[in-house]
Design a protein around this ligand. Sequence first.
Ligand code: UFG
Length: 328
Amino acid sequence: SSPSVIVVGGAGYIGSHVCKAFAQQGILPITFDNLSTGHNHAVKWGPLIEVDLCDRATIFEEIEKHSHVPLVVHLASSIEVGFGEKHPDSFYMNNVVGALNLLDAMKNSSINKIIFSSTCATYGEISNLPINEKEVQSPYSVYGKTKLAIEHMLQSYHKAFDLNYVTLRYFNAAGADESGEIGEEHDPETHLIPLALASAAGLRQRMKIFGNDYDTPNGTCIRDYIHVNDIAQAHLLSWDKLQNGLTKAELNIGTGKGYSNLEILKTVEKVTGLPMPYDIEPRRDGDLSQLYADTSRAQSVLGFEAKYSDLDFIVRTAWRFFKSKHQI
Ligand code: UFG
């Protein structure tokens, strides 16, 4: 039978792009998702199994049914940073307990390979830029703390139970598949690019830029925007390496280049051809001034290089998806 992969969170923004990339390589993606934030309509390339990671008994059952699958990709998690600060109980339950249940179900079924979605938010404020994987991880947000706790679980399960893993620390995922059929549709949306597109389209208020008094050239925060299909490719490369003897790795997945919030607004203005008025607001709690990746380890371990992450292309594909979704 043809190879397959379990994609936990396959109905989400990044998960759906990962599923498409696997399917294009002839690997059947089997989505596990509770559809709490993901979308049924984004699962197009394989079956959907509706299951919640916090339901330990059902996760054990479903993973056992699929114990012939060699590898799990785990992207399901709570990601809304502000919500996590107010509801850490919900974040630790969903992210940490959910991951624990998944790893235990894998152990029970002898599936011993996993690719895990982590984040640059596990680092905290780093003055040494670009950020290298050897930096101390001292996350500021509850979100980053739950992701780091899972990274530690993987390391411990690797040592004790021979679980092999690749942890991908994504920088800022952005853009959409060129087809326009899948893209970013969070509710509520909190991310800069989709909000700016909605403002430009007149579907929401003027943009608010959170702070212009950071220690950066124009005072606004700097982020490393990586196209979601580059992230998807990093999963294919990780799959290949894990199938061929790689036992563990922690890797930054970014472009190495940072853009300020004002540069993003300018690009949105240029791509959409629409005016992009904005107001400067106070800083948002939990934001760090500059985050961009040292990408050399992902390059040497995976042969990974961002190919789709030109900022114009990111915004163009995000805009195409936005227009098709809103029938503009
Ligand atoms: N921003 C604004 N106005 C807005 C929205 C965002 O100025 O209306 C600014 C933010 O303050 C920040 C930048 O745009 O300076 C980027 O913010 P995003 O919310 O788009 O993304 P983050 O950098 O906060 O991303 C973080 C983590 C990711 C994680 C994500 C989860 O770095 O790893 O939150 O949602 F996945």
